[in-house]
Design a protein around this ligand. Structure first.
Ligand code: SF4
Ligand code: SF4
Length: 58
């Protein structure tokens, strides 16, 4: 798959904490970072984020 998940404007709410089956979602000082070596672009985190902080950049 192509593309990267971008994180802009993470509000540190934690709603996405348990949705990633690949353990690709990291939180550093509360702000989400993506481990691109693990991420499969499954989109689960994008759907879970109520703040639209996660987007697929194609
Ligand atoms: S797109 Fe899927 S695999 Fe990638 S970080 Fe989000 S939940 Fe995890
Ligand atoms: S759900 Fe969105 S705003 Fe909340 S911690 Fe995850 S990326 Fe950040």
């Amino acid at each position: 798959m192509n593309g990267l998940i971008t994180v802009i404007g993470c509000m540190k709410c934690g709603r996405c904490d348990s949705v990633c089956n690949e353990m690709a979602l990291l939180r550093i000082d509360g702000i989400v970072r993506i481990d691109y070596d693990r991420c499969t672009q499954c989109m689960r985190c994008i759907t879970a984020c109520p703040n639209k902080a996660l987007k697929l950049l194609e």
